[in-house]
Write a protein that binds this ligand. Structure first.
Ligand SMILES: Cc1cc2nc3c(=O)[nH]c(=O)nc-3n(C[C@H](O)[C@H](O)[C@H](O)COP(=O)(O)OP(=O)(O)OC[C@H]3O[C@@H](n4cnc5c(N)ncnc54)[C@H](O)[C@@H]3O)c2cc1C
Length: 453
């Protein structure tokens, strides 16, 4: 018989941005909440993975509060920007964001358990808790409501939920990447090159006026492309990355550039592949520094600040829920009676198995049904974030931060309501969740304002 770690109203698995949002959300509803995380990091991809720009718009809810509080500390720019494929709001500093997350978790009285890997789910069709591997051994954690925010849908899969992975025909998933940060880049020189060579870029955001002051570019430069410089390097035998474009964005510090340039194709659920990816992507990151210094304007005196400590895994399981959101739903801006949020995020697909990638804007936005958070035939469990119930096309949009946080906030409310009423999340009246979201100023339906009318 394993030791009991504790029994909580709500247990959230995974302390990425989805899980942090879900835990704060449940805590603010008065639920006794535990946030369980396998590593020592809080924030997952958005802090340890350095994915510091929501692709899409967020202007209400807990994540908006996080970004606003980060901006108050000088750690984010939350102005609305047009990137060509659509609008986004906010680039933030990962360490400032982590500081805000820790503050908000504490304010919501959320207990945090780190270095606790979930190994099993207790109960199959009716999930009662989880088994974790912690430093002192294996322990049981019981929950009135469980939220799987593990990104990979580990808890749902361990509970016997159905799931899909990748393209239905090929099984291919979007590739993994690892961000790197360089320092001491002459940002004004880089900005001038981007301004003068618009044909090389699929997406550009720059301050309206060219400045020679590096500080003026903090959080305000974003560009995807550099195609002719990549071609030149390829001809010189200096570009071996399986990719035909790269993305740069500025951070908080003068001369800080975040680079998305590495790529590794493989199954993020296979431990051998994961280990190879960790090593290979770091090797690519070091080679990327050499490429940047030789070929990118302004990088001549640049230096590597760091390679993101967390591997960026774009795609693994999509858990099958009571409803599977489709690419057509997303593209047509469909609204749903049981919507728990109106998502504004484009379809962002890094070509599975190929070198390309592209972001396709979604006009207006679309509703996310509560049913996408309920794993089919499983009681006691909600799914939130990257692993919600969608098809492979809709996934290109729902994997983005604005949609992950929207599902996290709603799952936190639903979990707290279920625990309070001692019922399973599937039995909750979705109107109650929507009412709580309205009180928080979140628009859940296309034609509803924030007050719900
Ligand atoms: C390279 C890359 C670039 C991206 N760029 C952007 C971008 O520019 N803009 C944008 O909006 N989105 C972007 N995304 C997508 C977005 O960042 C992620 O989909 C999102 O952050 C996922 O958040 P999450 O909290 O659901 O998952 P994660 O951040 O992955 O968090 C999940 C957490 O669960 C933990 N966990 C997993 N399994 C277990 C277990 N069994 N037991 C305990 N803990 C567990 C993990 O350690 C992790 O901390 C990008 C993704 C990648 C990979």
């Amino acid at each position: 018989m394993l030791d009991l770690f504790g029994h909580y109203d709500v247990v959230v698995v995974g302390a990425g941005v989805t899980g942090v949002t879900a835990a704060i959300s449940a805590g603010r509803e008065g639920a006794r909440t535990l946030l369980v995380e396998g590593t020592g990091f809080i924030g997952g991809n958005v802090t340890a993975g350095r994915l510091t720009k929501p692709t899409g718009d967020v202007d209400s809810g807990l994540f908006w509060e996080m970004m606003s509080r980060a901006a108050d500390l000088g750690g984010a720019d939350i102005s609305l920007q047009d990137a060509g494929w659509g609008e986004y709001r906010g680039i933030f500093d990962p360490e400032v964001m982590l500081r805000i997350m820790l503050q908000m978790l504490e304010e919501a009285s959320v207990e945090i358990l780190l270095h606790a890997q979930v190994m099993d789910a207790i109960g199959s069709n009716q999930v009662k808790g989880i088994e974790v591997l912690v430093k002192s051994g294996r322990k049981i954690i019981l929950a009135d409501a469980l939220i799987d925010a593990s990104g990979d849908g580990d808890v749902a899969a361990l509970s016997g939920a159905q799931f899909a992975v990748g393209n239905p025909d090929s099984g291919h998933v979007q590739p993994m990447s690892c961000y790197l940060r360089m320092m001491n880049v002459e940002t004004p020189v880089l900005a001038r090159y981007i301004r003068e060579n618009p044909d090389e870029f699929s997406s550009v955001v720059l301050p309206p006026v060219q400045s020679d002051n590096r500080e003026d570019y903090a959080f305000r430069l974003l560009a995807s492309g550099f195609t002719s410089l990549i071609e030149k390097a390829r001809a010189d035998g200096k570009w071996a990355f399986p990719k035909n474009y790269l993305t740069v964005k500025t951070g908080l510090l003068p001369g800080e550039i975040n680079l998305n340039i590495t790529r590794f194709q493989g199954d993020g659920l296979d431990e051998r592949v994961l280990s190879r990816a960790e090593v290979e992507l770091r090797k690519q990151a070091y080679e990327a520094v050499d490429f940047c210094k030789s070929y990118l304007p302004g990088f001549e005196r640049g230096a590597l600040l760091d390679v993101a400590p967390k591997l960026g895994i774009r795609e693994t399981r999509r858990i099958t829920g009571d409803y599977i959101l489709t690419g057509d739903d997303v593209k047509s801006g469909r609204d749903f009676a049981d919507s728990i949020g109106f998502a504004r995020a484009p379809l962002d697909v890094h070509e599975p198995g190929g070198q390309g990638g592209g972001i396709v804007g979604v006009e207006g936005g679309y509703g996310v049904p509560y049913r996408c958070l309920l794993p089919k035939n499983i009681e006691g469990l909600l799914i939130a974030g990257r692993c919600i119930s969608v098809d492979d096309v809709a996934f290109g949009s729902t994997r983005n931060i604005p949609v992950c946080v929207l599902t996290g906030e709603a799952a936190g409310i639903a979990g707290a309501l279920a625990a309070r009423a001692k019922v399973t999340p599937r039995s909750i009246d979705v109107g109650e969740i929507q009412a709580s979201l309205h009180r928080r100023g979140i628009k859940v339906r296309e034609n509803a304002d924030a007050s719900g009318s």
